[in-house]
Design a protein around this ligand. Structure first.
Ligand SMILES: *Cc1c(COP(=O)(O)O)cnc(C)c1O
Length: 384
């Protein structure tokens, strides 16, 4: 195995070409191993359901310490398969944050379920048990807790509320694979393994990314696992025997082989992004116009994004642009104000925290290939 070089050992590359993500750089470091994995898949040419899929599944089960990982086509499919396996009547209410990527709300709508938007916490950007309680009705059966940007939502209070109200909790872990949830007794569990079902995405830029699309579902419940495998496999229990309506969602062998290599480095990637985030935090924490990410006591952070809040984003982003520093806005608009969800009848002001966040948040480069020089330069421009 190649040794993975740490942040501080990297060569300086100059400051003209800072990237928001650098997948090429990330892959170059482990190119020999990736080439070998790709070569193996080509030699065997078992491109669908090849042995690497099962091998990666087992390794991810070990890493997450969960009984069942079900690889699938992408993170959106993972949510759809999970919801289909729960067999919910039409118009069942599914609570999903409005400050979020579209996937969770979208699959609810596709399946004839009702997405019920919920406000997020202004400091952690994630859903809380208190906010969920406000939108609960007798029709609510599911909560999709999204671990936005890379740290966990407060799973313990959410699971308690879910138990009282007989709700399923799906953890959308697309941005937080590898994060640890810390329980008061000192034990930890990986994000995505606390609720009834966890889902993730292996989209190239995610914490564990492949070279195309990929996703997975996790559960400790064997019955749910069997159902989800069936749903993702055309509703079959065995070939050409269709018991329920399913869909076709699978992780291909090539992506699984690539992910199996990269899984060995996931903790290094997390550590590298934490080093960058720690440096940024130390430089930004006393700045009057910036608010750094709050790290809650119950979670570690994998910094899929390093997202700060700024008073005047237009002015701030102009400053970054002038200094050739790339940035992203996740997300420019809350889902309840998007036209696709206008049928739900929301208006401006329904979720003021999320609406305000959409105007203030900005994500800075935090990828694994940043040099110390680049990080210092970014920090200097930000605080000036
Ligand atoms: C990326 C992402 C998804 C969807 O993953 P895909 O693989 O692109 O379908 C779902 N939820 C969240 C929070 C995401 O960030």
């Amino acid at each position: 195995m190649n040794s993975w070089m740490g942040l501080l050992e990297r060569n300086n590359k100059g400051l003209e070409n800072i990237k928001i993500v650098d997948l090429h750089g990330q892959h170059l470091r482990i190119k020999d191993e990736l080439d070998q994995a790709i070569e193996e898949v080509m030699q065997e040419s078992h491109f669908i359901r090849g042995r690497h899929v099962g091998q990666f599944q087992e390794n991810l089960e070990k890493y997450l310490d969960i009984r069942n990982v079900i690889p699938c086509g992408n993170g959106t499919d993972a949510l759809q398969v999970a919801l289909m396996a729960l067999d919910l009547p039409k118009n069942t209410e599914v609570i999903v944050p409005t400050f979020n990527y579209v996937a969770g709300a979208e699959v609810c709508a596709l399946l004839g379920l009702k997405p019920v938007f919920v406000e997020v916490d202004p400091k952690t950007f994630t859903v809380t048990a208190d906010e969920i309680r406000k939108v609960l009705t007798p029709k609510t059966k599911v909560v999709i807790a999204v671990h936005l940007y890379g740290q966990c939502a407060e799973m313990e209070p959410i699971m308690e509320l879910a138990k009282e109200n007989h709700l399923y909790v799906i953890e959308d872990t697309a941005q937080a694979l590898g994060a640890d949830y810390k329980f008061p007794d000192g034990t930890t569990k990986k994000a995505g393994t606390i609720g009834h079902i966890g889902t993730t995405s292996f989209f190239p830029t995610k914490c564990l990314g492949c070279m195309g699309d990929g996703g997975a579902i996790f559960t400790g419940n064997d019955e749910l696992a069997a159902k989800m495998r069936q749903v993702a496999f055309h509703g079959q229990v065995k070939k050409y025997q269709y018991e329920i309506i399913g869909l076709n969602s699978r992780l291909d062998t090539l992506q699984a082989a690539i992910l199996d290599v990269k899984l060995q480095y996931i903790d290094d990637y997390i550590k590298s992004r934490n080093q960058t985030a720690d440096f940024y935090n130390s430089k930004f924490k006393d700045h009057p116009e910036l608010e750094i990410p709050l790290l809650p006591s119950y979670s570690t952070h994998v910094y899929h994004q390093y997202t700060i809040k700024v008073e005047n984003r237009q002015q701030f982003s102009k400053k970054l642009e002038d200094a050739n520093i790339p940035y992203m806005i996740y997300y420019p608009s809350p889902l309840h104000l998007e036209r696709a969800f206008s049928y739900l009848g929301h208006k401006d002001g329904d979720f003021p925290v999320s609406e305000q966040l959409c105007k203030q948040i900005i994500s800075l480069p935090v990828h694994t290939e940043l040099t110390q020089e680049e990080i210092e330069y970014i920090a200097k421009v930000v605080v000036n």
